[in-house]
Design a binder for this molecule. Structure first.
Ligand code: ADP
Length: 326
């Protein structure tokens, strides 16, 4: 059994709906198992500035339904330096925090891995990002809510798109991953998705125009994943204007609204399962692992694996999108 008396919890990097549900589950599970919990504000920054507060069960009441993160989040450049991390370690010692649970994306886990190695310090990570781009877990906290938000937005855009003869390019987030664009396109009945995983291999735009867009349709919607590889919705639209001037093109960038909103049931349940699993992992003396879900089962994924490997996109889905949009 673990000897941890007090654990710290923080959210870092981009916020994602469901982070609060995870904070709640980690806090309550730690208290249930006889540990103290300290909330660290603004990600790794709070470890440097000492913005830390003890959390009782009531500190996490009434938050499961709220988007964002009550612990706030920040990008912290100091944590990328050895001096900054040393300061963070000193804060943890002063606060008598013996283990950390960090919730965030790729950058957050990278920072956690470096820190854990440098100070031989136990950390368990939770995958919190709308992009779903972490290897070793089928889904990440926030992804399902963002996908639903995208679907609702595209439904609205379709209402106006179908009143005119137009080709709409809608840019969605993803940070170099096409999960939101591809599944968002399937869910909203869009005609195509331009995603970095495929765009680096073939010219998706010309393929789409030549084979994909049926002339009998009077409007088309294409989801474009934000990425240098895809050039985003603006880049794609500019190309169309030049190369296929007969199309009436419009661009919508969904932007930050994709991060907001009350988390879906799936995100709340998954964040709660993962939060409880984070404490279980510490009790089992696991360290330097990310909690993942594979085939409905909780798994422990070493940080090195979660960070280094590129999560593959299911290419069957492209064909499904193609077939279902003819
Ligand atoms: P996300 O976790 O959503 O991917 P970021 O990439 O912004 O977001 O990372 C969040 C924070 O994690 C950074 O602001 C920084 O404090 C820390 N971090 C990221 N990369 C490193 C690194 N190489 N070394 C140390 N800390 C890092």
């Amino acid at each position: 059994m673990s000897t941890f008396k007090c654990i710290g919890i923080l959210t870092s990097g981009g916020d994602a709906p469901g982070m609060n549900a995870a904070i709640r589950a980690v806090t309550r599970s730690a208290i249930y198992n006889g540990m103290k919990v300290k909330g660290i504000y603004r990600g790794y920054k709070g470890l440097i500035t000492g913005e830390i507060e003890e959390f009782k069960t009531q500190n996490v009441s009434n938050i499961i339904q709220r988007g964002g993160t009550i612990l706030k989040t920040a990008r912290c450049l100091e944590f990328k330096t050895p001096e900054g991390r040393k300061q963070a370690f000193e804060t943890l010692q002063k606060e008598e925090i013996d283990a950390l649970v960090t919730i965030g994306g790729d950058g957050t886990l990278t920072g956690a891995r470096i820190f854990a190695q440098e100070f031989n310090y136990p950390i368990v990570g939770l995958p919190g990002t709308i992009d779903n781009d972490l290897f070793g877990t089928d889904v990440t906290i926030g992804y399902d809510t963002a996908l639903n938000t995208i679907m609702e937005c595209v439904d609205k855009i379709r209402d106006t798109a179908s009143s005119h003869d137009r080709l709409f390019f809608i840019e969605v987030m993803g940070r170099d991953a096409g999960f939101l664009a591809l599944n968002g396109a399937i869910a909203s009945g869009a005609e195509a998705a331009i995603i970095p995983e495929i765009s680096k291999e073939q010219d998706q735009l010309s393929d789409m125009i030549e084979f994909g867009l049926r002339t009998s349709k009077n409007s088309s919607i294409v989801l474009v994943a934000e990425s240098e590889v895809t050039q985003g919705a603006i880049g794609v639209a500019e190309r169309v204007k030049k190369e296929y001037p007969n199309f009436d093109v419009r661009v919508t960038i969904l932007g930050h609204l994709q991060r907001g909103g009350s988390p879906s049931a799936q995100d709340r349940i998954m964040a709660t399962r993962m939060g409880v699993a984070a404490i279980d992992a510490l009790l089992e003396d696991q360290r330097n692992v990310m909690i993942g879900i594979q085939n409905e089962q909780i798994v422990y994924v070493p940080f090195s694996k979660a960070i280094r490997n590129e999560k593959p996109i299911n290419r069957d889905l492209l064909n499904i999108l193609h077939i279902s949009s003819i």
